[in-house]
Structures are given as structure tokens and as C-alpha cells.
Design a protein around this ligand. Structure first.
Ligand SMILES: [Zn+2]
Ligand SMILES: [Zn+2]
Length: 344
């Protein structure tokens, strides 16, 4: 597959797509019905379908009967941790193995020409991005994911969360299922802005940003506080007219859904001529430039708040202009403080 048909590669070997990143036409005004219809299949396939299907599979085969969920028990909690850990290991591991260990498509469609394993860095535990990321994923990532899952299941089993039946409320639940990704993105944008404030960035979010060149294992490589905020997206179902399966879908959307954004490749080659879009570029640019694209492409929140970077020259210019204005502001403030001090 010739990736230069779709993008360009610079001297350092970094590949960038020709087309700027587009936001979904969902929140356009005036409404763009035709565009929404054309975009709709991408909303479901392949990613959202995978996360929804895994939620259904969990409910059918993994989650214990409701009577057991009513009381917290170490056996079923440990069981959930083990299943989550194995699922993450297999799902994340499949991308890692295919793209980073066997390098089946070498650096085709890879944003950053280098592979993290080739670069040691003191920022990481044992100076290894992979080892650091894997340990953080399983030590606190899957643990906090499981804890939130357990808390929610316990709440459902004891009548603390609204539990609608699919047979009786199909339309309400279909609507909630449709907005699960929107809830995720709204929630993620809010917490992400929060942890980019200077103090929380230094204490919490810098852990995730150590991976400037993200790979699959970077997806859940976070500080435990960020894990809690991130998986806290499930708590919306404490007040929404929902169902445990949709709550699981919300969790899987966060847990497994972190992968596409960190895969490091724009497209994953399947066989000879099929390409699957990772939709990773917006978040890759966040890892590269730090202060753009706090959200993703579903809700144009970054456009509304002026932090959108679509990878184009205009996007770059907008970002530089924003940095320049901020620098100016800081200089003025500094000068003022200076004058104040001199007057004292
Ligand atoms: Zn990230
Ligand atoms: Zn960030």
C-alpha cells in the first residue's frame, strides 16, 4: 500500500495526511442532513460496534447474576478484574503485536517515523515507554476501571441507579445508546481541560503526556487520579434513564476506545487493499503540541473554544497565533508586576 497517495513524509520520516481532520457534521448549523447521513455509518463501524458488542458479551457471559452483585464479594470483583485485564491484554496487545512488534506495515501511515522502543527516556519507569505504559495500564488503569464497574453494578443491583428494561423502553434506551459516545466526548473534554491547568498538569496529567510518540499501550497510561476521572464517565448512568448494558458500553467506550486515538498510525492495513481509519490524528496532534484538541471530532468543542488543530497549515497558523498572543499577555503582566515592584 502506497501511503504517499494519502499523505506526505518529511525528512525525519514523520507521515502526515493530506486531508485536514474533519469534525462530525452532527452539530453544524444550519443542520446538514445529507452530510449526517453520509457520515452515519462511520459513527457505528467499526469502533462503536466493537465496544457495544463487547458490552453485550460481558452482560451475557461475564457479569455475575444480580443477586450476587447485591453484596460486594472478593471472588466476583477479582473475576471482573481478571476478565478486564485479559481483554485489555488481548485487544491492546493485538495492535501492539501487529504494528509495533511484527511491524507488519512498517512505518506506512505512521505519524511519528520512530518507534518508542528505539528511544530510551528517563521520563519513564525503567526508562522504557512500553514497560512504563503497560505497568500503569494494569496496576491502576484496569484496577480503577474495575472499581468503577463494581460500584456501578452494585448500585444497579441495589436499586440506586435507574434501570430501564429493553422490552419496555426500547426508544429511550436506543437514544441513550446513541449518545454514549457524545457523553464520553463531553466528559473527556471537561476533565481534560481541568487536568491541563498548571497544578493538575504537573501532578496528574503529565504522566499521560510523557508519551509524546504514543503507541497502543499509551492509551491507558495515566496517573490514578486521571484514571478515576476518565472512567468516572460511567457515573452519568447513576442519573440517566439507562441500563447496566449501556453503562458497560460507556465503560468499554472509555477503556477499549482509548486505543484508536493512540495507535500512532492513521490507517491500519487489513490484507492487501483494505484500510481501516484509526481517527487518531486529532489526538496525536494533542500529544505533539499539548495545547490543542482537548476533545475529539464528534462534538466541535475545540472549534468553539478556539483550540482546534486539524493538521493543516491554517490550523498550525491559528495555534502559533494563539501562543503568540498568550506570550504577549504574559509579557504585559510581567511588566506590570515589575512596575508595581519598582513603585514600592
Ligand atoms: Zn492521549
Ligand atoms: Zn492532555
Amino acid at each position: 500500500m502506497d501511503d504517499l497517495k494519502y499523505g506526505t513524509r518529511n525528512k525525519r520520516g514523520d507521515w502526515a495526511p493530506n486531508q485536514p481532520v474533519k469534525t462530525a457534521p452532527l452539530f453544524a448549523f444550519p443542520p446538514r442532513l445529507k452530510a449526517v447521513l453520509k457520515w452515519l455509518p462511520h459513527y457505528f463501524f467499526p469502533w462503536n460496534m466493537i465496544f457495544a458488542a463487547s458490552a453485550v458479551a460481558y452482560w451475557a457471559w461475564v457479569i455475575p447474576p444480580v443477586e450476587r452483585l447485591q453484596t460486594l464479594g472478593i471472588e466476583w470483583i477479582a473475576w471482573l478484574y481478571v476478565v478486564n485485564a485479559i481483554s485489555v491484554f488481548l485487544f491492546y496487545g493485538a495492535f501492539e503485536l501487529h504494528l509495533y512488534v511484527f511491524k507488519r506495515q512498517e512505518n506506512r501511515f505512521k505519524y511519528n517515523g520512530r518507534f518508542p522502543a528505539d528511544q530510551k527516556s528517563k521520563a519513564f519507569w525503567f526508562e522504557s515507554q512500553n514497560l512504563d505504559n503497560i505497568l500503569r495500564t494494569f496496576l491502576s488503569g484496569v484496577t480503577i476501571w474495575t472499581a468503577v464497574e463494581v460500584a456501578m453494578l452494585w448500585a444497579y443491583a441495589n436499586g440506586y441507579a435507574p434501570w430501564l428494561d429493553f422490552a419496555e423502553n426500547p426508544w429511550t434506551l436506543a437514544l441513550i445508546a446513541l449518545v454514549v459516545p457524545i457523553i464520553h466526548e463531553f466528559h473527556f473534554f471537561c476533565i481534560h481541560r481541568l487536568i491541563h491547568t498548571p497544578l493538575l498538569y504537573k501532578w496528574v496529567h503529565s504522566v499521560h503526556h510523557n508519551s509524546v510518540n504514543p503507541s497502543p499501550w499509551s492509551s491507558l497510561s495515566m496517573h490514578p487520579v486521571e484514571h478515576l476521572l476518565y472512567f468516572g464517565t460511567a457515573f452519568y448512568h447513576l442519573i440517566l434513564p439507562s441500563n447496566p448494558v449501556l453503562m458497560l458500553y460507556q465503560l468499554h467506550y472509555a477503556g477499549f476506545g482509548a486505543i484508536p486515538g493512540h495507535v500512532g498510525f492513521d490507517k491500519v492495513e487489513i490484507g492487501e487493499d483494505k484500510l481501516v481509519d484509526s481517527h487518531a490524528y486529532a489526538h496525536y496532534l494533542h500529544h505533539k503540541y499539548f495545547e490543542v484538541n482537548y476533545g475529539d471530532t464528534l462534538i466541535p468543542l475545540d472549534r468553539w473554544f478556539g483550540t482546534w488543530h486539524d493538521g493543516s497549515a491554517e490550523g498550525e497558523a491559528r495555534m502559533q497565533e494563539r501562543y503568540r498572543r498568550r506570550k504577549e499577555k504574559l509579557a504585559v503582566r510581567k511588566a506590570r508586576v515589575g512596575i508595581g515592584e519598582a513603585a514600592e
